[in-house]
Design a binder for this molecule. Structure first.
Ligand code: FES
Length: 194
């Protein structure tokens, strides 16, 4: 007995088996590769942007170095007028605001006190009625000589160089100062004999 079917006596071939389904294609690698390239290009872009920003900042800094801000400070040396403009026993405030200097005249000399408190650098005021310099910040007091006597100031006010010019005017030179505690007030240029 055979299992072949017949049609009109001719053998009929069996239908070929259905093809097996193809396995699913593996996920493509193309997309991640494209992302990686974009990421790389993006990184390069960021790096170049940073480099360009750093170069620009350097150029600006160089420009500021080549053209610095100009500070218009008062001159470090100035003429204060002839000695007889300063009355005996007075403290002259005329140069305090502009030059930071008190000019004091006593019986024998004229000297220029630096108007900077030796505590933390505030500007003291001369109080004529109390016959003393008083610092408004923490209350230090100084005699008219500049020597400290109250408050936290640790030492006397300094004195600037003071000399006579050829035309007879007093020159006060702020590039040189003299400290009492260093014994510098005996320097002949720390006072002007009158
Ligand atoms: S700064 Fe003058 S007492 Fe402090």
């Amino acid at each position: 007995m055979t299992d072949e079917k017949t049609t009109g006596g001719a053998p009929v071939e069996p239908a070929p088996p259905a093809p097996a389904p193809k396995p699913a294609a593996p996920p493509t690698k193309a997309a991640p590769a494209a992302m990686t390239r974009r990421g790389f290009l993006s990184t390069i872009g960021v790096a170049w942007t940073s480099f360009a920003a750093a170069c620009a900042a350097g150029a600006v800094a160089t420009g500021r170095f080549m053209f610095p801000n100009v500070l218009f400070e008062p001159p470090q040396s100035f003429k204060a007028g002839p000695p007889d403009e300063f009355l005996m026993g007075t403290v002259d405030n005329r140069f305090k605001e502009t030059f930071g200097v008190f000019v004091v005249r006593d019986e024998r000399s004229i000297y220029a006190l630096k108007a900077v408190c030796t505590h933390l650098g505030c500007t003291p005021n001369w109080l004529d009625a109390e016959n003393k310099f008083k610092c408004p910040c923490h209350g230090s007091g100084f005699y008219r000589t500049g020597v400290n006597f109250e408050g936290p100031a640790p030492r006397p006010l300094e004195r600037y160089r003071i000399v006579l010019a050829d035309d007879g005017q007093i020159i006060i030179d702020k590039t040189k100062s003299y400290a009492y505690e260093k014994g510098e007030w005996i320097n002949p240029e720390s006072f002007l004999s009158v």
